[in-house]
Design a protein around this ligand. Structure first.
Ligand code: RRO
Length: 313
C-alpha cells in the first residue's frame, strides 16, 4: 500500500512555514533560554514576547493563574526591550521564520519600534500587538480612527511584512469595519485573538482573586475562549481581502482544534495557555495529532479544507 504523505506546511501571505503550528506571543518567549528552546522545537515559526522600547518588569506577582479549562493573566508587558530581541536574533543561526511582536505604549513608541525592526535582516515579519488587555493605556484595536492614521504613518516607511494582533470582537459590525479598514493597506496577516479582557477567577476557599494586579481582573485564555476565537477567525475570513492571511489563536489543545481553526479560514495557529502548561514538547504532540487527524479525514494538505466550513442545513 502506498502511504500518502501528509503535509502540514503552510504560508502566511507567502512566508513559508514548515509547520502551521507556532507559539503565541507571551507564551515562553521572553528570555534567551525560552526563545532558544522555541528555535530548537518543531514549531513552524517563533514569535517573540511583545516588546517595548525599554525593558519592563511587568506587574506584581502573582500575575498568571491557570485552571482546568483556562488561564487568566495580568502580566503587564514584562519584556527585555527591543534591543535585546534584535541582538538575540542577530546572533541566531536559523532558517525558521521569526515574528517580532511589538507593543509600544503609545503610537509614537510603536512607530519607533517599527522603524527599528525594519533595519533587522533577521526579522521575517512584525506582529503588531494592538490588543494588550492589561495596560492602563487604551487598546488601539478598539479605535478605528486611530488605527487608520497610525497605519498611514507606518506605510510611509515600512518594508517588513506586517501583521496585526487583534482583540476579540463580539459584534459582526466591529469585524466588518475593521476589515474594511485593513483591506485598504498592504497588511500581510491578522492574528485572532488576544485574550478576552477583564475576566476574573475566584478562589472560593480563600474568598480571593487569584492574581494580584488590577484587583484580580485580567485577560482570559485557554479552551474556554475557543468558540469566540473561532468565530473571530471565521468572520475575518469572510470580510478580509483574500490575500490577508489569518493566524488563529485561542484555546488550542489538540490536533482536532487546529483542524477547526483551518476549516474556519486560518492559515496557521498559535498556542498560548497550553504551551505554558505542557512545555515545548507540545509541538511534537500537536504535529502528530494533527497529522493523524488529517489522515483519518483523508486530507493530505491544509489547502484541501482551509476556509471550507459548511453551514448547518
Ligand atoms: O503582558 C501582558 O499582560 C499581556 C499582553 Br502584552 C497581551 O497582549 N495579552 C495578554 O493576555 N497579556
Amino acid at each position: 500500500m502506498i502511504m500518502k504523505k501528509i503535509d502540514i506546511s503552510s504560508h502566511i501571505n507567502g512566508i513559508q512555514l514548515s509547520s502551521c503550528i507556532m507559539n503565541a506571543s507571551g507564551a515562553l518567549c521572553t528570555t534567551d533560554q525560552e526563545l532558544s528552546n522555541l528555535f530548537d522545537s518543531s514549531s513552524g515559526a517563533v514569535v517573540t514576547k511583545s516588546c517595548t522600547k525599554n525593558p519592563r518588569e511587568g506587574n506584581v506577582k502573582p500575575r498568571y493563574f491557570e485552571w482546568n479549562v483556562g488561564s487568566i493573566n495580568s502580566m503587564g508587558l514584562p519584556n527585555l526591550g527591543i534591543d535585546f530581541y534584535l541582538n538575540f536574533l542577530e546572533k541566531k543561526k536559523t532558517k525558521k521564520p521569526v515574528f517580532l511582536s511589538l507593543s509600544g505604549l503609545s503610537i509614537e513608541e510603536n512607530l519607533f519600534l517599527m522603524k527599528k525592526a525594519n533595519f533587522s535582516q533577521k526579522v521575517t515579519a512584525i506582529e503588531l500587538n494592538l490588543s494588550c488587555p492589561n495596560l492602563r493605556e487604551e487598546v488601539l484595536g478598539n479605535d478605528l480612527y486611530k488605527i487608520s492614521t497610525f497605519l498611514e504613518s507606518i506605510f510611509e516607511f515600512n518594508k517588513k511584512p506586517l501583521g496585526i494582533k487583534l482583540p476579540p470582537y463580539f459584534k459582526e459590525e466591529c469585524i466588518i469595519n475593521m476589515s474594511l479598514l485593513l483591506n485598504q493597506y498592504p497588511i500581510f496577516f491578522v492574528t485572532c485573538i488576544n485574550s478576552l479582557p477583564n475576566g476574573i477567577f475566584i478562589d472560593t476557599d480563600n474568598e480571593k482573586t487569584v492574581i494580584q494586579p488590577k484587583n484580580g481582573f485580567g485577560g482570559v485564555g485557554g479552551s474556554i475562549i475557543k468558540p469566540f476565537a473561532l468565530a473571530n477567525v471565521r468572520k475575518f475570513y469572510t470580510y478580509l481581502r483574500k490575500d490577508i492571511s489569518i493566524i488563529g489563536c485561542g484555546g488550542i489543545y489538540s490536533g482536532k482544534d487546529i483542524f477547526e481553526y483551518i476549516l474556519c479560514g486560518a492559515s496557521a495557529v498559535q498556542i498560548g495557555t497550553q504551551l505554558i502548561k505542557e512545555g515545548i514538547s507540545i509541538f511534537d504532540r500537536l504535529k502528530k495529532e494533527f497529522t493523524l487527524f488529517l489522515k483519518k479525514k483523508n486530507y493530505s494538505s491544509i489547502n484541501s479544507f482551509k476556509g471550507k466550513l459548511k453551514n448547518f442545513q
